[in-house]
Ligand binder design. Structure first.
Ligand SMILES: [Cu+2]
Length: 98
């Protein structure tokens, strides 16, 4: 399974962004029946962990809003669950611009 992350706007900004999580299986087909959630925080002391569930929009793309409260580097953990399969967790770094 391959997981890719992008944001809307394309240049991640401080404040509200839409996270787009694309899930593709081994044969390159979009995975449309996964349960996808995200957790995000900054790698600095005292920052809380935020959580959100993503909803499938189309073609294996899952979307959720993420509110990056300040500019800087955010660590986003994406959790993908599929029935009868081991949960997959992958970490991504996104830099939010002012
Ligand atoms: Cu911070």
């Amino acid at each position: 399974m391959t997981l890719t992350v992008s944001t809307q706007p394309e240049k991640t900004k401080a404040g509200e962004n839409t996270l787009r999580l694309k899930v593709i299986d081994k044969s390159g087909k979009p995975v449309t029946d996964a349960q996808v959630s995200v957790q995000y925080t900054m790698t600095m002391p005292g920052m809380a962990l935020s959580k959100a569930e993503a909803k499938h929009s189309k073609d294996g793309i899952y979307e959720t809003k993420a509110n990056f409260g300040m500019a800087g580097e955010w660590e986003v953990t994406v959790i993908v669950r599929l029935p009868g399969q081991k949960e997959i967790q992958e970490k991504f770094k996104l830099t939010a611009q002012q």
